[in-house]
Write a protein that binds this ligand. Structure first.
Ligand SMILES: Cc1ncc(COP(=O)(O)O)c(C=O)c1O
Length: 287
């Protein structure tokens, strides 16, 4: 009962006004609603602290600058405050910035807009990826039909939603996106493979999001003596890999044990995926 009440009491901040999330109303003329004209971040909170906060804030600044939204100062104090107001020990923070509110016209040229800044923090009563981390997940491959600037963390995620829903529809948990026969990333994750002890992940480009966990693991795995290469992964390489794993702030690192109908590592969790996950968890304790 208390848990249920707490669940209903998520507090959000909208342009610094604190409101219960389910009571928050936003104008239909917010360009996020009309055009998907905005960017976002999702941060994982461990022991009341946002993990890799600087990396998330740097990526947010890059996303804002890429689409020409200015006038958003540092959000660090507000993020710490929303975590504290919601009494988060383990959980997440969602931050979304839209270009602002104005009657619906495509061009924002000559509009003087104030960005709308939304954030809320939610507790995890149980870790959303705990079961997947124990068992590994199934993935499908799916054509990457997204736009040409997937390096911007845009809130326009329709193609990602379609791909992930397709995966769920057929009993898989993630869709690994393929563009011109190469893996780009997951619908909401980055992708790594291991073949003959070499770890590979697709190189940064405008076709993938520069994931915070992707970069963290490239560094951490290299420091632990693994050979890590940022290189193209063909669909065949994916299907024939010794290990496949996906990474994100919320999922950390999760082994993929089947892609389409191909078992990976005899459908067992692989050692590198396990080590990758352990490295994230270890770092989260020391952050
Ligand atoms: C499309 C996509 N790629 C990669 C990621 C992983 O990014 P991060 O590790 O910063 O959470 C996400 C996260 O949600 C995502 O949506």
């Amino acid at each position: 009962m208390v848990k249920q009440m707490l669940k209903e009491k998520v507090l959000a901040s909208f342009n610094k006004q604190i409101v219960p999330l389910d009571e928050l109303t936003i104008s239909v003329n917010d360009r996020a609603y009309l055009f998907g004209d905005g960017v976002y971040e999702v941060l994982r909170v461990y022991k009341s602290r946002p993990f890799l906060l600087v990396e998330h804030m740097n990526r947010l600044a890059r996303s804002l600058s890429a689409i020409g939204i200015s006038g958003v100062g540092s959000l660090t104090a507000d993020i710490l405050s929303i975590i504290s107001l919601n009494h988060i020990d383990e959980g997440m923070v969602y931050v979304q910035i839209s270009r602002g509110t104005a009657p619906r016209v495509h061009s924002f040229h000559n509009l003087s807009l104030q960005p709308n800044i939304l954030m809320y923090a939610k507790p995890f009563y149980e870790h959303p990826a705990a079961m997947d981390a124990k068992t590994g997940i199934n993935a499908i491959t799916h054509e990457d039909i997204r736009w040409g600037r997937c390096d911007i963390k845009s809130i326009g995620l329709l193609a990602n939603c379609l791909a992930q829903s397709k995966a769920h529809q057929i009993g898989a948990q993630e869709a690994i996106l393929i563009r011109e026969n190469n893996v780009t990333e997951g619908s909401s994750s980055n992708v790594f493979i291991v073949k003959n002890k070499i770890i590979k992940t697709p190189p940064l480009s405008q076709h993938i999001l520069p994931g915070t966990r992707r970069q963290f693991l490239i560094n951490a795995l290299s420091e632990h003596g693994y050979q890590v290469e940022e290189d193209n992964i063909t669909k065949d390489e994916l299907l024939l890999a010794d290990e496949v794993f996906i990474t994100s702030s919320i999922k950390e690192a999760i082994a993929v044990i089947k892609v389409d109908q191909h078992p990976i590592n005899n459908q067992n969790l692989g050692p590198v995926a396990k080590h990758a996950r352990a490295l994230i968890l270890q770092a989260s304790l020391n952050s």
